[in-house]
Design a protein around this ligand. Structure first.
Ligand code: SF4
Ligand code: SF4
Length: 180
């Protein structure tokens, strides 16, 4: 699916959704002069987020559903823009958390500065889909049932009413498992 003609930038440079403090380190906790990235699990090197067209038809939703059928994918919506999120660690991220090609890192990484990065934030999104089933349910709510039948499970038959047990006979003691 095309990225709707916009240049791809690091999602966090464009995000508008509310931020949630993650309870971890804050920028102000880092001693002056220290590099913020040395105190971070390299959050920004562990995923890619690509803008995608907003699905408006069953065919469009079917394409997004295909994304979600793959491992390590999710789809989120921020301020009306849909994104494909892929949880992938950059091959150049070293085991010590540093960039293995720092002086040759891509522009998208160079443009991402620590004063606006996700170091102390997690995001909340307008919508977040982790499974194909979640997306289908949303699509059905927007578009109505797909021709060929709903994806929802049929309504189950009501449970049978349990018959009333026999009235106990006076003087006779019964215990579970007792045959006399
Ligand atoms: S730029 Fe921000 S999110 Fe990325 S490694 Fe450095 S501190 Fe972490
Ligand atoms: S190239 Fe370097 S800075 Fe860019 S994502 Fe990979 S490890 Fe991170």
């Amino acid at each position: 699916m095309a990225s709707n003609g916009k240049p791809i930038r690091n999602y966090w440079l464009t995000r508008t959704s509310a931020a949630v403090r993650n309870g971890g380190l804050r920028r102000r906790d880092i001693p002056p002069g220290e590099v913020l990235c040395f105190h971070c699990p390299a959050k920004c090197c562990q995923y890619i987020a690509l803008p995608i067209d907003r699905p408006r038809t069953w065919e469009g939703f079917d394409t997004v559903r295909w994304f979600l059928l793959h491992e390590r994918t999710a789809v989120f919506v921020d301020n009306g823009q849909w994104y494909l999120l892929v949880y992938l660690t950059c091959k150049e991220l070293r085991s010590d958390g540093r960039c293995g090609i720092y002086t040759r890192r891509p522009k998208i990484c160079r443009d991402y500065e620590t004063d606006i990065c996700e170091f102390e934030e997690n995001a909340v999104y307008d919508q977040f889909f982790e499974t194909a089933e979640q997306l289908e349910e949303y699509a059905e709510a927007i578009l109505g049932p797909r021709s060929g039948g709903s994806i929802r499970s049929p309504r189950p038959d009501p449970l049978k009413i349990v018959e009333t047990a026999e009235e106990p006979v006076a003087g006779k003691v019964t215990r579970p498992g007792c045959q006399v």
